[in-house]
Design a protein. Structure first.
Length: 262
């Protein structure tokens, strides 16, 4: 990487040789043959990599990651900037083959295969939670106050998305004027607080649509939308289809959702 970059995804890396990152002013050396995961919103740059060993990586949109069944404590620590390192007493020799398979399946865009990739990546993260936590270190760390503030606001949003949330509530978390808080959040994530919150709620709605037979209205309510109309409007804008049509399409043509009448 010629320059630091940031993205709103959980990134998982794996290489048979060590990888060295410059991450938000600190340096971290990822161990060889062990997967590591971190939240990509903090500026990071891969500065040392083997020319002989392939570098495998996969990114998961944060909204989708937050909808997965990963322990809340793990989600919080990733959002706080810590690096999740897989257990060292496990053989990860087959992992490069999994990355190759995921690449093919995602390129083909076949629904069953894409869903299998999602489940396998979620399972990988769950296995990694049996490992340890690390952080980038530096003798002369650069200031990253705005990054920490943005992370705190994102954590608050993910923990409170099911209830009414105002921009002033989010700003209070970092003790800033709402305009200042909103500006910092947009600078770090590239989207505003309201849009980010909507994306989190849509991701939760998608999870409920796939894993339950709740009505569309009940799904919207549980995901934090204030009304059925606002849920339908936001979901349509983000996903390109209505909630019920999205459910049918993603459950497959042979498995139709059984939607209660009330």
């Amino acid at each position: 990487m010629t320059a630091p970059h940031a993205h709103n995804d959980i990134e998982i890396n794996f290489c048979a040789a060590p990888l060295t990152y410059d991450a938000a002013g600190g340096v971290y050396e990822a161990p060889a043959d062990i997967p590591v995961a971190f939240w990509g919103s903090r500026p990071h740059q891969l500065v040392e990599i083997s020319a002989e060993e392939p570098h495998n990586f996969v990114t998961v949109p944060l909204a989708q990651f937050m909808s997965w069944g990963v322990p809340a404590g793990v989600k919080k620590m990733l959002l706080q900037g810590l690096i999740l390192v897989g257990p060292r007493d496990v053989s990860w020799a087959d992992l490069p083959f999994a990355f190759d398979r995921w690449t093919r399946d995602l390129s083909d865009r076949r629904d069953p295969a894409v869903r299998a990739v999602e489940l396998e990546v979620e399972a990988l993260i769950l296995r990694m939670t049996l490992g340890e936590w690390a952080s980038a270190t530096s003798e002369h760390p650069r200031p990253s106050l705005d990054l920490r503030r943005a992370a705190d606001m994102a954590t608050y949003l993910t923990e409170n998305m099911a209830r009414p949330v105002r921009v002033t509530d989010v700003a209070d978390v970092v003790h800033l004027h709402p305009n200042r808080a909103a500006a910092i959040f947009r600078h770090v994530f590239g989207v505003g607080i309201v849009r980010y919150l909507s994306q989190l709620r849509v991701a939760e709605a998608q999870r409920l649509l796939l894993t339950t037979d709740l009505s569309s209205e009940a799904v919207g309510s549980r995901a934090g939308f204030g009304s059925a109309s606002s849920f339908h409007q936001v979901f349509l804008a983000e996903c390109g289809s209505s909630p019920l049509r999205w459910r049918q399409e993603h459950r497959g043509s042979t498995e139709r959702a059984r939607v209660p009448s009330q």
